[in-house]
Ligand binder design. Structure first.
Ligand SMILES: [Zn+2]
Length: 377
């Protein structure tokens, strides 16, 4: 990770770069800030900057053997402690070292922008809470007591330090108090309240703010290919959280997909286009069960909203303009004469999809029945 890969956070980057330039790298630092602010990417870029032998005034070189190993997170002087729990693979005594392969894949896939809930679901820990055990601290102590491989700094990144158990924290404290030579501890945390006071008092605080909205807006365009309006809207409601922004974009894309698909489907029903309805259902079959259910759910919402339109309550329908217009045009075809039957048809289709029914048959059946029902208004 290089500083140039970090979204926003210009002031923090400057401060970290200056600490290396002025030879003031504090041996234990606490990166404290909200979810989605880029604490881990900053720590990774900082670590790479510290270790890169060809660093410039502003960044690591990105191409030397050290940078290459850092970018793959396999540098022998880079150590991680992360919260873990038992999984299908590790049935007892979980610890970071047992999950390093997964951790590298996960961090690289997400370009460092990660949070505990997606990490836990990546590991498939089910409903368990992750933690750092005393085994993690012992292993770190062992690794740091050895000489660094490349003769320079050793860097330990402790991600989500608030997940340390008390005995873990106490063992780590000894390390922080009498640190091995040329070792930098970068602790990352979100919840200051949950961190032991002793940990806080032995680390230099680097407060990471939420990301500037303008930086999120431009990153959405360059990284996710959003159009300017979509990027602006998602950035405005992201609260400076990159993960939120990505989530909103995905949500709005999903909704757009369900909207256009449902609209297309209903047009075929109005036209009583039997062969096309069969083709439509064959396409829907390829979507997978979750999306099929979501499409039916979307349809149910439009159908129920129709009642609001019919009762002059359009103002309480919360939809983007294009969807609202479609819903308004659709509403005259739903009335007390057919509402219960239409809603029942969709609900039954959802149940059948859940029971692994054949989606092509189910959607074809719903389509054919809708032809008649829409005329029954
Ligand atoms: Zn380099």
């Amino acid at each position: 990770m290089q500083f140039k890969n970090i979204i926003g956070q210009g002031a923090i980057k400057q401060r970290l770069i200056a600490s290396v330039r002025d030879n003031h790298v504090s041996h234990a630092q606490l990166f404290l800030g909200p979810t989605g602010s880029g604490k881990l990417p900053l720590a990774l870029a900082y670590a790479q900057y510290i270790l890169c032998p060809n660093r410039t005034e502003t960044d690591s070189c990105g191409v030397c053997p050290t940078c290459q190993k850092m970018q793959k997170l396999v540098h022998p002087d880079l150590h991680f402690v992360v919260p873990t729990a038992t999984t299908k693979k590790v049935k007892s005594n979980p610890e970071s070292d047992l999950f390093m392969e997964e951790w590298r894949d996960y961090v690289i896939q997400n370009q460092g922008y990660v949070d505990t809930s997606s990490w836990y679901s990546f590991l498939d820990v089910e409903n368990k809470q992750g933690y750092m055990s005393v085994r993690d601290a012992a292993s770190l102590l062992r690794k740091l007591s050895m000489k660094s491989y490349e003769g320079e700094y050793k860097i330990a990144i402790i991600w989500m330090a608030e997940k340390m158990r008390v005995d873990t924290a106490n063992k780590l404290l000894k390390l922080l108090e009498e640190p091995p030579e040329k070792t930098v501890f970068l602790l990352i945390a979100e919840d200051s309240e949950e961190l032991l006071a002793t940990i806080k008092s032995r680390t230099a605080l680097v407060k990471i703010p939420a990301i500037e909205t303008t930086a999120i807006e431009s990153a959405l365009q360059t990284r996710l290919g959003c159009d300017p309006q979509q990027a602006h809207d998602a950035a405005m409601i992201s609260e400076g959280n990159w993960l939120n922004a990505c989530h909103f974009v995905k949500e709005s894309e999903d909704r757009k997909f369900f909207f256009t698909t449902f609209q297309q489907w209903m047009r075929l029903c109005f036209k009583a286009a039997y062969p096309e309805l069969i083709d439509f259902s064959a396409n829907v079959k390829t979507l997978g069960r979750e999306k099929q259910k979501e499409l039916l759910d979307y349809g149910l919402r439009i159908i129920r909203n129709s009642l609001l339109f019919n009762n002059n309550l359009a103002e309480i329908v919360m939809l983007p303009d294009d969807e609202k217009k479609f819903n308004s045009n659709f509403s005259p075809f739903v009335s007390p004469a057919n509402l219960a039957e239409i809603a029942g048809l969709f609900e039954e289709a959802i149940r059948q999809i859940e029971r692994n029914g054949n989606a092509q048959i189910i959607f074809t059946d719903v389509g054919f029945k809708m032809i008649g029902l829409l005329k029954k208004k």
